[in-house]
Design a protein around this ligand. Sequence first.
Ligand code: UDX
Length: 491
Amino acid sequence: MSEDHHESETHVLMFPCPAQGHINCMLQLAELLVLSDIHVTVLNTEHIHQRLLRFAEIPSRLAAYPTLHFKTFSDGLPSDDPRRQEDYVGEQIKQVNLMAMPRLREICVEASGKPRFSCIIADGIFGRLTNEVGQELGIPVVYFRTISACSFWAYFCAPRLFESNELPIRGEQDMDRMITSIPGMENLVRCRDLPSFFRANHKSHIPLEPVVFETHQSLRAQALILNTFEDLEGPVLSQIRHHFPRFYALGPLHAHLNSRKATKTMSSETSPPSFESSLWEVDRSCMTWLDAQQPKSVVYVSFGSITKISRDELMEIWHGLVNSKKRFLWVIRPGMLSEKEGQDPPMDLVEGTKERGRMVGWAPQKEVLAHVAIGGFMTHCGWNSTLEGVAAGVPMMCWPYFADQQINSRYVSEVWKIGLEMKDVCDRKLVEEMVNDLMVERRQEFEKSTQAMATLAKTSVREGGSSYSDFDRFVQFLKSAREIDGSLFMK
Ligand code: UDX
């Protein structure tokens, strides 16, 4: 099908940040839009595209989606560059900001000189970049921030926190001080719970200023999207709406996609099978292993696509899991360990793992979390993982690594009360205790709270639910956007 823009069709360009957590939800949104008769072109780096082709069955699935296209641009690094994991996201953001502009300009304009797209939906991390292109070419821009509303709002309110002298954080002894002046989350978070970029020394070396700058760029967009839902983050969403009149909460997107597809199937319209978006090879053998386990007997352990862990941390978590005597399925992603060499693990760990554990390089996480054998989720609280845990109704034990994960983890444990957190420490005794609390001691309490939240998540993405209605409004907005000269949308 032609990729040029026809007057009768709505065609959007989606521009994700080149990292697993960002791509997953961007592609879920892309699929939802295609199901609503919107043409979509996704612009990825060549490197990401090659990995999607290799691991995500994109070529075989694309035939079922004639109105979904992929385009690429070079991130400026040679194809054999190892793209070091530890600084990968920060580096990639820099590279995209350096390299993407010419390609964006080129593909946004048809040979006739008319804009090819009726709207650009960009990862909000690229606020300045996409605003410039949108403004220049008269194409409306919508930002999709793939983080939680609570972390987006904390970034947004950072200037206010400096003005009221609540920031900066004054060293380690200051970490438990309560933050009082973020509207909608007064006295809920401590300095320790603010996104990691608020700390002077944090692992990612990403300074707060550009994060806040890009967050404030969202004010220049025509609309803002978050992957969340009203019943999860309502008080914060009300605050956000004061600043963003055109705001859509569409999540949890993975559940939303399933819900819309189920509706289509019931109405006997065929909906094509979803494509996965893994950047690593999925090891499905863990599903057979899970099939052989008792209901709610396994802790699933996964720290997402960016987290690095030291050998000491690995040992603490491993001892804690084995000492808990519970069964566990653990994703040890290739390149996840920050030190390559180290002593062989002690025999008790090897034996305990043989008896009760299973390790894989990359799992089909959403399927794993939905499996009846899973009773708990040890997570870094990346926003996708958190939402996947919420929707599956699985209690979480959180060990946040960086960025939004610190505040997500606080919300899981203290606001939604659907899990426990281990923050700024990594201790085998604590891991053992938390596994036992989750799986035995406080199991009933967590079953109640997680099931209640999972029901709210499902309701939000069913017809009449808040995210379902927001998505319908969003599609209307996109369809009307193409009828009006893009420049009218520019503030
Ligand atoms: C990061 C941030 O932490 C996150 O909050 C932000 O929104 C995006 O960037 P990441 O650390 O990778 O992402 O975590 P997360 O958001 O949880 O995304 C990981 C994704 O990979 C999840 O969708 C998860 O289902 C998937 N995954 C993880 C697998 O499919 N298999 C695995 O074995 C592990």
